[in-house]
Design a binder for this molecule. Structure first.
Ligand code: ASP
Ligand code: MG
Length: 414
């Protein structure tokens, strides 16, 4: 039996008319001779509403109870959609995460999937043509309900596809796929036909919201191709899959940006072993992610240390920074929230040099100053003043001709 897994996001299930469209897609997939496992999110806005209630009721809501509350959103979606299916004469039933033993860690509100009971699922697929599974939820060893972090239904979809050996996991959403950059700030942005897991991870970590990062990690680990597409058109979307040789010929796949950035500089710290550990150890202990780090060359045995964190984390580390300043005898600490990260991403960079130089030159033509830089195998990240974010994205998009199909780009391509 061929099994297709299709996940529908909050906007795709927000109301009867939208769900009727989902039903059309499901009917079509059945008519092609497949069994269908549908994963649904809560109707758009519902998870926020529920979490808002918790904040009204309790100053510090118990995380386990938050999960019991938040999982109700998906329960509503699957019950209503299963009714629609039955009315249409389809053999369908709803399933909550714990009913198919989506076993997770006990990290309430942010649990990880450990195992799925595929025997039960397969037995159910003999009896039903459509299984309608609640996304975002599972249960821990003790049977307590858990959720997988915001946007977690994507991960439910990919995990079910992996467990059932489905050929792809289709993620239906309200955009047409993954774009070369954010279409809201660059009207030249183009939908990508394909993108590798690695590139998608880089884009997602820069704030591209189309897929939950964890779902991409999962897809990569189990090699599940993910097709991100729109519920509201029949156009093909973007396939997120393993890198293949054709992808290497595309120098750059996308430009991502992240405005949620702050830069911290610690001046005049002793340049000796253990100092970096004294700075970053306490920050890491708080579970805060430090991103770009630069240590200047030493003068008279002293140096400056600069790093970036997200703006919301800056508030959390300010008290720590005071303690660190005293501890290591730094002269001064300054921070700046008017900064933004812009990245050029592409697996083709592995085999080509010169991408960074081209990016720097393009930005300098626009008079954009680079405050910090970092590179990885498939990414060049530049920290700039945030007032230039849009201009930088558009400039880089143009420089690498991302509005054109890779075969039509002229400069720098193989
Ligand atoms: N309903 C959950 C959320 O809003 C999960 C999801 O939609 O993927 O985060
Ligand atoms: Mg989502």
């Amino acid at each position: 039996m061929n099994i297709v897994v299709q996940k529908f996001g909050g906007t795709s299930v927000a109301g009867l008319e939208r769900m009727k469209r989902v039903l059309e897609i499901v009917k079509r997939t059945l008519a092609e001779g497949n069994k269908v496992v549908i994963v649904l999110s809560a109707m758009s806005g519902e998870t926020n509403r529920l979490l808002g209630l918790a904040q009204e009721w309790s100053k510090t809501p118990d995380p386990a109870e938050l999960d019991v509350l938040a999982t109700t959103g998906e329960q509503v979606s699957i019950a209503l959609f299963s009714m629609l299916c039955k009315d249409a004469g389809i053999r369908a039933r709803s399933l909550l995460g714990h009913q198919i033993q989506i076993k997770t860690t006990c990290d309430f509100t942010n649990a990880r999937i450990l195992d799925i009971d595929t025997l039960t699922l397969r037995a159910l697929l003999d009896k039903y043509d459509v299984l309608v599974v609640a996304g975002f939820q599972g249960c821990d060893e003790e049977g307590r309900l858990t959720t997988l972090g915001r946007g977690g239904s994507d991960t439910s979809g990919v995990a079910l596809a992996a467990a059932l050996g489905a050929s792809t996991c289709e993620i239906y959403t309200d955009v047409e796929g993954v774009f070369t950059t954010d279409p809201n700030i660059c009207d030249q942005a183009r939908k990508l036909d394909r993108v590798s897991y690695e590139e998608m991870l880089e884009m997602a970590s820069m704030g591209a919201k189309v897929l939950q990062i964890r779902s991409v990690e999962f897809a990569k680990k189990y090699n599940v191709p993910v097709h991100v597409r729109s519920t509201f058109t029949d156009n093909p979307g973007t396939i997120v899959s393993q890198e293949d040789p054709s992808m290497e010929y595309v120098l750059v796949s996308g430009i991502a940006y992240d405005k949620d950035q702050a830069r911290v500089t610690i001046y005049d710290v002793l340049d000796q072993p253990g100092v970096a550990a004294s700075i970053f150890g306490p920050i890491a202990e708080k579970g805060i992610l430090v991103d770009m780090i630069i240590q200047n060359t030493s003068r008279d045995g002293h140096t400056d240390m600069t790093f970036t964190v997200s703006r919301k984390d800056l508030e959390k580390i300010l008290p720590l920074l005071d303690a660190i300043e005293k501890d290591i005898g730094a002269k001064d600490i300054q921070y700046d929230t008017g900064v933004c990260k812009v990245s050029v991403i592409g697996v083709g960079m592995r085999n080509h040099s010169g991408v960074a130089a081209r990016a720097f030159k393009a930005l300098s033509r626009e008079g954009i100053n680079l405050l910090m830089l970092s590179t990885s195998e498939i990414k060049i990240t530049m920290l700039i003043e945030d007032k230039y974010a849009e201009l930088a994205v558009r400039t880089l998009h143009e420089e690498f001709e991302l509005d054109k199909h890779p075969g039509e780009r002229k400069v720098g391509e193989v």
